[in-house]
Design a protein around this ligand. Structure first.
Ligand SMILES: Cc1cc2nc3c(=O)[nH]c(=O)nc-3n(C[C@H](O)[C@H](O)[C@H](O)COP(=O)(O)OP(=O)(O)OC[C@H]3O[C@@H](n4cnc5c(N)ncnc54)[C@H](O)[C@@H]3O)c2cc1C
Length: 406
């Protein structure tokens, strides 16, 4: 088991690569984890995901990560749908309805950067993981017996690393996916999303830690993160042809926030960025000994907080199968089941649900908006309907459904 050629090579120390490496190594499988960023710039990553659903918290607990994250995050049992047009709360959903379904009837608001920081510490402490920071993966080849990856090491030299399997957890721009010529099917939304980070407590206006706000002209999301100082992230749509510099000027950011909520004084804006949103799923998740996971396999709109969560679910599903194969307990064909299960979830749950969420927030027809809001209200108020809704929104249903796939 300890020969270099038996180890699993994981590319990318994002949340998916880190969780996969920990899940494998804690079961005795040696791992080589390759990451382009180094200790000097690992924490200089733009703000991204941050809502961790109950099913993901259960998985974090399995690898000893939950206890590290809880003190750095905010426990949020509630989330809200608001109607900005009418300035009113439409529905409040309470994860307490899931108390018999999970040990964690809440989401943990804890940003991706904290997750990778804490997971990297666990990786560094694990003797079974060879961590290669400041090392860029460039190419790979495979035979029936193993894989060889080419990297540029910190000295700038080319180096070959051999292993049994290669997992691409490199994110959306995966070289592995491109080298394998696997189509990334789907589309890119023409508008970009503007993210503004603000130090201001929106709860004094009735908001909760997670808010989805519909509006025919300017939908938004509003999320709370733990500081110090505590920050709130506000998302807005932008016109497809709008100039990036103009959009992110301090005056322009302030004006947008004041239109959203006039508070009679300036907001303390602590950051902003613009990002493009894709809805894409790789046509295949596996070619021989090379396997895609996380954003390398699927990307989606962040409305609903499903991208990182479902990527982490890929990691644990795959770890279980690789452990069985490398222990000689299962045939490599079970990796096809990984593809069937996780591709189904990516298409039928993550993608379908995030597209529905976006339509809900952007709907312009007043009659349809009214109907949507009435339905949300009815669902939130009926315990049975609310539980069914939350099982879907928190991805528990996606995991249960995947288990049924042969
Ligand atoms: C603004 C925004 C908000 C989001 N909010 C949410 C949310 O609330 N909830 C949610 O679930 N998801 C959210 N997402 C999506 C989420 O961020 C991603 O799904 C998640 O980060 C994917 O994790 P990953 O590990 O697959 O890839 P990544 O996080 O992209 O990590 C990939 C890693 O691979 C490394 N790497 C890349 N190429 C190489 C190479 N050639 N050699 C070596 N290393 C390499 C990178 O440096 C990086 O560390 C959001 C995304 C955005 C953009």
């Amino acid at each position: 088991m300890d020969r270099p050629s038996d180890r699993v090579i994981v590319i990318g120390a994002g949340p998916v690569g880190l969780c996969l490496s920990l899940a494998l190594s804690q079961q005795g499988i040696p791992v080589c984890l390759i990451e382009a960023l180094g200790d000097h710039n690992f924490l200089e990553q733009v703000p991204r995901a941050g809502t961790n659903h109950p099913a993901t918290l259960e998985l974090f607990e399995r690898i000893g990560l939950y206890d590290k994250l809880e003190p750095r995050g905010i426990i949020a049992p509630l989330f809200h749908y608001w109607d900005r047009h009418e300035s009113k709360l439409v529905a409040e959903f309470d994860h307490a309805h899931l108390k018999d379904d999970t040990r964690f009837p809440y989401v943990l608001q804890c940003e991706r950067i904290k997750i990778v920081e804490e997971a990297l510490k666990l990786v560094k402490a694990h003797p079974g993981i060879e961590l290669r920071l400041s090392t860029e993966f460039t190419a790979f080849s495979q035979t029936a017996d193993g894989v060889t990856v080419q990297v540029r090491n910190p000295a700038g030299d080319s180096e070959a690393i051999a292993g049994s399997y290669l997992v691409s957890a490199e994110g959306a721009r995966s070289i592995v996916r491109k080298d394998l010529d696997i189509e990334f099917e789907g589309f890119t939304y023409p508008d970009r999303t503007l993210n503004i980070e603000v130090a201001y407590d929106f709860r004094q206006h009735g908001y909760t830690e997670r808010n989805y706000i519909s509006d025919p002209d300017e939908w938004s999301n509003l999320f709370h993160w733990k500081g110090p100082p505590d920050r709130w992230r506000v998302h807005f749509p932008t016109a497809p042809d709008a100039d990036e510099t103009a959009l992110t000027q301090p005056d322009a950011l302030q004006a947008r926030l004041q239109r959203f909520l006039p508070i009679g004084k300036g907001f303390n804006i602590v950051g902003s960025n613009l990002y493009v949103v894709h809805q894409r799923v790789a046509k295949k998740f596996r070619a021989g000994r090379a396997i895609l996971a996380g954003d390398s396999a699927h990307v989606n709109s962040p409305i609903g907080a499903m991208g990182m969560n479902s990527g982490i679910h890929d990691a644990f599903n795959l770890a279980e199968k690789l452990v069985s194969i490398l222990r000689g307990e299962a045939d490599a064909d079970i990796l096809d089941r990984y593809e069937r299960q996780r591709r189904h979830v990516a298409l039928q749950h993550t993608q379908a649900q995030t597209m529905r969420n976006k339509r809900l927030l952007t709907e312009k027809d007043p009659a349809v908006r009214r109907k949507n809001h009435d339905e949300l209200r009815r669902t939130a108020e009926d315990p049975k309907l609310a539980r069914a809704f939350l099982l879907r929104s928190s991805l528990i249903e996606s995991l249960r459904e995947a288990e049924q796939i042969a």
